[in-house]
Write a protein that binds this ligand. Sequence first.
Ligand code: PLP
Length: 641
Amino acid sequence: WGAPYFRINEKGNIAARPHGRGTFSSDEIDVMDVVERAVSEGMSMPLIIRFPEILKHRLSTLHMAFERGIEHTGYQGRFQGVFPVKCNPDRYIVEDIVRHGKQYNFGLEAGSKPELVMAMTNMCHGSADALLICNGYKDAEYVRLALMARQIGLKSIIVLEQEEELDIVIKVSKEMEVFPVIGVRAKLCTKHGGHWGETSGEKGKFGLTTSEIVGVVAKLKRNNMLASLQLLHFHIGSQIPSLALVDEGVSEAAHIFCELELMGANMKNIDIGGGLGVDYDGSHSSASEMSVGYTLEEYAEHVVNAIKEACSLKNVKNPTISCESGRGLVSHQSILVFDVLSARMKTCDSEEDIGVSLDFEGWPRELAATHEQFTELLKRGDYVGALEHARTLKAEGVRLFKIGQFSLERRALTEKLFDMVSNLAVQREEEKFDRYPTKKLSLVDSGVVDQTATYHINLSIFKSMLDSWAIGQLFPILPMHRLDEEPTVRAVLSDLTCDSDGKIARFIGHNDDVEPSNFLRVHGLISKKPYYLGVFLGGAYQEVMGSMHNLFGGPNMVQVTFREGGFEITHAIPTQNIEDALRTMQHEPHQMVKDLRNRVEDSLRQGRFKNRFEADVAGDYLASSFKSSTYLASDYRGGCA
Ligand code: PLP
């Protein structure tokens, strides 16, 4: 999944290839160097590292793929992409796309009034030929803004998402005396069945049915405005899994396009929406929900071909093709780096290690027989056999404890015995595994023994990886360093929020397995040393959709540009601090600091502080806490080798 932008370098660190190529380490950026530089300059975790050159490379690769498709198929139209800003409306991303996209007449897509205003402003610096696609539900103000965009020389196209919007466009354009360029969003029958296909098919949320489209044509004709209908838009859904679905959807839409031209509309553009998939798990297979079974080049060629075929059949001029690829464009350009604060793992390896007493004397009679068999099996080294008895002892221990017939210490002892025997049983299996490398660890893999450690991470999943929680999306996650060492620990990740959903317990499968794994392979923590993990391919949607759960703010951000033999941090943008986070919920930090200082003064008068100095220190500490990060300070106290 990392190719061509990420690999593991000779130091065992993640290296980024911002230009998507290169055979020498001098063509790369060692990402750990960036992390260390950022930390030395006062940036704390979590940290988004952005590579604008990767974004630029994605943009030109997308454009070139369509150009090549046009050339191969002898298509008589051109390609003009637009970026759907909802995917990542960050200022620097949008500015970079407009700047680098100028040579390709690359435009923007907006789906709301704030996005439209932002897109209009940015497009003032872009190509005069770039398209401004106005999607989303609209009111009169939205339509007025889109028409004003035309007045100031931007190529805005108002795409009707609902039939009623046409009345608003007709009314407002007549009032303003501005000729509108209109598109219709078609509700296709082609249905994408995956996670991201809910917007597709006849019951999809958006777009017009064929009868509604025919109604739009009739109404425009009655108003002498049919010449303004120039674009057909559709969006099958995000992460389209296969070329077969691309062919089916594009072909259905291309025929609608041709029919509209034949009905007298002035059709010039076909906008295929988003949907270009990302190979999150590296399987390059349409059988996996986290991947797709095609390359960018194949996708582009199939799109061009399907449109060309429909146009040839209906003898219609080849239109300009636009796509609104979001995920495919911006997923790769950043890495979200965070540190592990501590780990909870079962570390008892042997009987002596935990000092478990096998002396069960004086224990309730119910447990005597089980204990006897357990000790016998243990003495014979049959740990797998002993495991079942240990489980019974543990369960019985809980039952007796609940009715007051078992002490807390005894209950703890049965728990420890179970953990000890689990470890010994797994060790025994691992010894076999070494001898028969193809064999799986059945005790662990079948869930009989849970050997998974919990790594506590300095991150809010709700802020930075919302789709992981909301729709179970998997992202590649791996250590940023020590990748020349075997990762011997199986872990799940638990975030900082006080929410049991704030964890990651499903990961991209190992090796060539498209099935997700229920653990991540990581290294043991080393006391006092940071351990960094990174989430890759999360540059689309995650930054903008995240919520303020537990008032955790956004991560710090650095933008990194390649320099011969190294890199430069071109922007360093600090995270939302506590004060900023509070403001998002209408609190007034300024007043809050005053209230706390007043309270300190009262407490001084009441003798709760020894002297004025102590009260001032407390007051200053409280005031300065508003300026600190919402995340935890990383002191790596919990190292666990
Ligand atoms: N265009 C429209 C209308 C969309 O609804 C979406 C996403 O849902 C996109 C473009 C971007 O899709 P993707 O990120 O899959 O390319």
